[in-house]
Each structure stands twice: as C-alpha cells, then as structure tokens.
Design a protein. Sequence first.
Length: 247
Amino acid sequence: MTDNNLKHIIEAIIFASEEELTLKQLKDILENCRMPASFKEIEQTINSLNEEYETRGSGFSIIQIAGGYQYATKREFAEFVGKLKLETGKKKLSQSAIETLSIIAYKQPIPRSEMEFIRGVNVDYIVNALLERDLIMIKGRASTPGRPILYGTSDNFLKVLGLNSLSDLPKLREINEILKNEKIEGITEADIDLFNSVNNNFEENPAKGQSAIDFNDVPDEKEPEIKNGNLEINEIKTNDGQTNQNQ
C-alpha cells in the first residue's frame, strides 16, 4: 500500500466518523480491511494530512480531542461557525448549570453535598440535567458515612470544550490572575465570588474525596429520572425490607 493510499483511507475514515477515533481504533479498522499499519505510520499520516491542509489554507484540520482524532474547523473561523450553531437553535446551558459543571470539573470526583456547599443552593435538578446531556458521569462512591455518589466530567465534556484531556483546562491560578487584572464583559461580581469560593476550597484540600472512590457498588442507588421537566420519585428498598422514597 502506497503512502497516498493510506493517507486517503485514514482521511476518509476520520471524516466519516461522528465520534473521535483513537490510534487503536484506526489501526483495528485498517487491519480488518487487510491493510495493516503501525501506530507510528498512522500518526505520521495524520501529521502529513494536517501539513497539506495548512499549505493550502484549509478551514479545518484533524485535531486530538478526548484521546482521539477528529476533524474540526480552525479557531479563526469560530465566529462564523458560532453563528451557524445559533441558527440551529442548540439549547445553551443555564448560568447555574455552567457554575455547577465548573465546580465538578475542578473538584472531581465530588458528591452533591459539596457542590451544594460551594453554591449555596440545591443542585439535584442541575446534576440530573448534566447527566442527561452526557456532560458528567458517576465516578463511584465515597467511603464517608452514607457513601454518597461521586460525580466527574465525561468524555463528551472534553469534546464540547474542545479539550484532549482534563490537564488542558486552564489553571485556577491563571484564571484568578485574569479576573484580578482585566475587566471582562459579562463577568459579574457574583461570578468572581463563586470562583474565589471554588478556588479557596480547592487550594485548602485539592485532593478531597479522590482516595475514597469505590467503584463496586455504584448501581446500588437509582438516580432520579426527569420526565416532563419534573423529577420522578423512585422507590428504593433498604436492607431491612422497608421502602423509602428518593426524590
């Protein structure tokens, strides 16, 4: 197989996929088609494709995102693509949902009680909405009394933000410096107070809860379901045979 053949095949596979593809997935597809290629050859081919796109001034490239490869438009065209997104009427997250998602992203794995402590309000509805949109996921249970469920961000969260891994998130210290030195349109004093609350809490105990994960018993507790905008009450049986209601 010539280099051009491999290049065109990989280009077509990534272009046709709705999801990001890892090197292993690409390798498996090629091997199933009796066209074996090493990880290094695939990676070099992707780099070669990007060099071609850059040379001819294309408006897109192949990027690494959520541990895989996917086509994406370039940053300089974000304004125009953003208009397209507005036209398609994609529902935006509410301000409270964005705040809760930010807390989860920087404090994960985290139970609901800690989210509520930071925000000062109940987060049941928001957490379930974020679960429905596949932005967060259940990571396990804490070993503290009551063994609360711990939440963290999902792979879809990385894709929505255009990140390859959580390490690409801006550092809290960097954000703090920006908030101190620049006045940003749309950022209110309440937003800054919330950020400082998360930042201070994180610096005091950055690894809280992470050593207390237990992945064995996650299915024990049913999450509230959302139907027609309302939380559905689920019955959960306890060890003594009694039935409790969980809302």
